[in-house]
Design a protein. Structure first.
Length: 198
């Protein structure tokens, strides 16, 4: 099923590009590797059966700028953002700008494959994802859980949320777990998508 699907890996780290190429090829995807956002844009990739897997922190043009340019020039091309832990607020911006997913490094192979499945089923997932989100209203959350939820989808880390709410980081983690369970969210990206579809 993935044989005709191409994943464009855009990352300035050669080691990351090489390891992802091996992983993706073993999983049946064609790969194109780019050391910068500019190198990718110069090729003029079209949207048909193609997905972009881009790092958020790159010199000259970062992943967010690349995504904006893709939205402008090839609006149907799905983008998955890779991010370090400290880049979650930037990744939330990417989700709000239409990224399919953001993956926090290091990520497991299964997480990447699930993200790619969603990317290549973008059209149907857009409709289904919104309906699913509407079936998980935030009204099931307690007041404190809702506060944690709102700060999470704004891109704040647990320790920042703890400081803002005057509670311990451990308490934030407990509330976060309950929010994920009640909202049937697999990860933070799911929560962000749900917040955007309200």
């Amino acid at each position: 099923m993935s044989a005709n699907r191409t994943v464009c890996v855009v990352d300035d780290d050669a080691g990351v590009r090489d390891s992802l190429e091996v992983l993706l090829r073993r999983s049946g995807y064609r790969t194109l590797l780019f050391e910068s956002a500019r190198a990718f844009l110069q090729v003029g990739i079209r949207a048909d059966e193609t997905c972009v897997l881009a790092d958020i922190r790159m010199p000259e043009m970062d992943g967010l700028a690349l995504q904006r340019e893709i939205n402008r020039t090839v609006p149907g091309l799905p983008v998955i953002i890779m991010t370090g832990h400290g880049d979650v607020p930037m990744a939330v911006q990417a989700m709000k700008a239409g990224a399919i997913e953001f993956l926090e490094k290091p990520f497991e192979r299964t997480v990447l494959m699930e993200a790619l499945d969603r990317a290549f089923e973008k059209t149907s997932m857009t409709v289904g994802g919104k309906d699913a989100a509407e079936q998980r209203p935030t009204r099931s959350l307690t007041e404190r859980e809702r506060e944690v939820y709102e700060l999470l989808v704004e891109g704040h880390q647990n320790k920042v949320i703890a400081h803002k709410l005057g509670i311990s980081t451990r308490t934030v983690e407990v509330h976060r777990g309950r929010v994920m369970e009640k909202m049937s969210a697999r990860n933070l990206a799911d929560l962000v998508k749900m917040s955007l579809s309200r």
